[in-house]
Design a protein around this ligand. Structure first.
Ligand SMILES: Cc1cc2nc3c(=O)[nH]c(=O)nc-3n(C[C@H](O)[C@H](O)[C@H](O)COP(=O)(O)O)c2cc1C
Length: 240
């Protein structure tokens, strides 16, 4: 089993979200091959919009940069985990740029519509790629996930097809960057992520109960606010 973790945080190794993705992957059997790719360390240029990958060079991107080494990794992985912070209610820039460059994986669009809402609007060129599992792990800074994620989830419903991916969403994500604070609660959340990884490894999906547990805020709104205020350096920056 091969897992490819695509770390789309500009913080690289210091990413809050990556801590969760690593904890999730730790739940898989020991022999699992896990590779973490940090997108910010790659040179991934924006899609040119030339549609060469649909016409002159079907399935191949004409832009020669680090995507050329990432394409085979994506193709070879059994499970792809996209790990990224929520930025303005959507995916981070690195993930968006990389996603746009995945157009060569899609079949040439010929003007026909497939609007059943259950599968992606674009069909995959290689049918074997439908066997992959896709997991999205994201943290946000807000106290609750429900008001933050509707746009992102709609986008993934359209990209992957509804129900064809697993989304693990975590509120109060900044807590994972605050050392020495709320350690017991954070460790509890990370342990739940590892249990979720084991469940996913066994069943290829997560139960509604597990997903719901991971959606719950780590600290109460009051407790979170107190920590955030002191972390921003309340007394040093009275203007906030
Ligand atoms: C440019 C920017 C935009 C953000 N947008 C949101 C947002 O829309 N909603 C939210 O709850 N948090 C938002 N955040 C907070 C991050 O999602 C949060 O700090 C996250 O845990 C960072 O994860 P990382 O360490 O993996 O990068 C934003 C942060 C930045 C820097």
């Amino acid at each position: 089993m091969r897992i490819l973790i695509l770390n789309g945080s500009p913080r690289g190794e210091r990413s809050n979200t990556l801590k969760l993705a690593k904890a999730f992957a730790a739940g898989f059997p020991e022999e699992t091959d896990i590779e973490i790719v940090c997108l910010k360390e790659l040179e991934i240029k924006p899609c040119l919009g030339c549609f060469s990958c649909w016409t002159k060079t079907p399935g191949e991107c004409v832009v020669k940069d680090d995507m050329q080494t990432l394409y085979p990794k994506i193709e070879a992985a059994d499970i792809i985990i996209e790990s990224f912070p929520l930025y303005f209610f959507g995916m981070s820039g690195a993930v968006k740029t990389m996603t746009d460059r995945c157009l060569p994986f899609m079949k040439t669009y010929l003007g026909t519509s497939d609007e059943n809402g259950k599968s992606s609007f674009h069909q995959l060129r290689n049918p074997d790629m439908y066997n992959k599992k896709f997991v999205l792990i994201s943290t946000c800074g807000y106290v609750q996930t429900a008001p933050m994620y509707p746009a992102l989830l709609k986008q993934y419903d359209l990209i992957c097809g509804e129900g064809n991916y697993t989304a693990i969403l975590c509120s109060e994500g900044e807590l994972f960057g605050y050392e020495g604070l709320a350690e017991r609660q954070k460790n509890g959340y990370l342990a739940d992520m590892t249990k979720a990884g084991a469940e996913f490894a066994a069943n290829g999906k997560l139960s509604a109960k597990t997903l719901d547990k991971l959606l719950r805020p780590i600290l109460s709104p009051g407790g979170f606010e107190a920590i955030v205020r002191s972390h921003w350096g309340g007394e040093k920056f009275p203007q906030i």
